[in-house]
Ligand binder design. Structure first.
Ligand SMILES: Nc1ncnc2c1ncn2[C@@H]1O[C@H](COP(=O)(O)OP(=O)(O)O)[C@@H](O)[C@H]1O
Ligand SMILES: [Mg+2]
Length: 313
């Protein structure tokens, strides 16, 4: 009798674990909890947004290039738009890879008129006149331009230069639920502008050891912004990207981030997959280019996690 009861209870435990595990596997996703052997988390479908109000502004930031900032801004934006959120993306990097990733190429990409650089330079220009629609309903954007690289020098002598982007954005905030700013790989004037305009930041981090070392620099910059131009600035989360399940190194790096920043690390992990590069070439978010891929599932899960954490409406 006792044996039966314990068997049954063990079976229950097993089957409960089985269901949870298979739910994660079903999506094919690595998660922080799964990789570190903790209780698996689930994030519910977000409620529909009913009230208006002003947008939450989020900078996607890391002074290191090639860590997945642009990929995160585009695909998190697209995933949030799928939940009915009204999303505005700002291409704030002179490489303009977000603009390319949303399908603008060639001569059109070199056009300065209407880019964020143009808006920063023309005091008469209103940001709302230059909002472009992406192929995803509810996902709008402001284009970037390579001349943005000159901004650091151009801003040097300007008064209140840190507040330029915040002022440009202010009139459109009640039209959106979320604004995502794709930052350049530096912590200069442009990024200071982005952080000054933001409620919070998301820090994508490639699962490489050297990337972890760079994290403290990002955190120092955030602290400086909090002390000087934006005391409310919050860290919404650190996102592990380009994770490789098969290598022990990715797991070690994840353990390290979790140890140093236990409250900040997202449970959602973005694995390495060629789908992201392919979707860039196609000029579409991965959620459109390969809607049922694990890459899409991961960014949809990140959108749910961000909303659950209160980082997005
Ligand atoms: N999870 C990923 N797996 C594989 N490739 C990725 C992933 N995330 C981004 N990439 C690719 O890596 C390159 C750099 O990513 P990107 O988002 O542009 O980084 P950043 O904006 O930080 O410079 C791009 O070619 C992109 O397609
Ligand atoms: Mg980028």
């Amino acid at each position: 009798m006792a044996k039966n009861a314990s068997q049954t209870s063990r079976q229950n435990v097993k089957s409960t674990l089985g269901i949870n595990k298979s739910k994660v596997r079903e999506e094919g996703l690595a998660t922080t909890a799964d990789v570190l052997g903790r209780k698996i988390k689930n994030f519910p479908e977000p409620p529909k947004i009913t009230e208006g109000g002003t947008a939450r502004v989020i900078s996607v930031v890391n002074q290191k290039g090639g860590v997945g900032k642009t990929t995160t801004a585009i695909n998190l934006g697209a995933a949030l738009a799928e939940t009915g959120r009204r999303v505005l993306l700002i291409d704030f990097d002179s490489q303009a890879s977000m603009t390319t990733g949303l399908g603008i190429k060639g001569a059109a990409l070199r056009e300065q008129y209407g880019s964020i650089w143009y808006l920063l330079n023309d005091n008469e220009a209103r940001l709302e006149d230059f909002i472009l629609k992406s192929s995803v309903p509810g996902l709008d954007f402001i284009r970037g331009h390579e001349d943005l690289a000159a901004a650091e020098a151009a801003f040097v002598s300007e008064i209140a230069k840190e507040h330029k982007l915040r002022k440009l954005l202010a009139p459109v905030l009640d039209r959106y639920d979320v604004v995502l700013i794709d930052c350049s790989p530096s912590l200069g004037t442009l990024t200071v502008n982005a952080l000054t305009a933001s409620n919070g930041v998301i820090i994508p981090m490639e699962c490489e050891y050297f990337a972890v070392l760079g994290l403290s620099l990002v955190k120092k910059t955030i602290q400086k912004i909090q002390e000087n131009t934006n005391p409310e600035l919050a860290i919404y989360g650190i996102l592990a990207t380009m994770f490789e399940k098969k290598t022990g190194h990715s797991r070690e790096v994840l353990e390290l981030i979790d140890k140093e920043f236990p409250n900040e690390i997202f449970d959602t992990i973005i694995s390495r997959t060629v789908r992201f590069s392919e979707s860039n070439v196609a000029g579409q978010p991965v959620t459109v280019y390969a809607s049922s891929s694990t890459g899409s599932a991961a960014y949809r899960r990140l959108a749910r996690e961000l909303i659950t954490r209160g980082g997005s409406k």
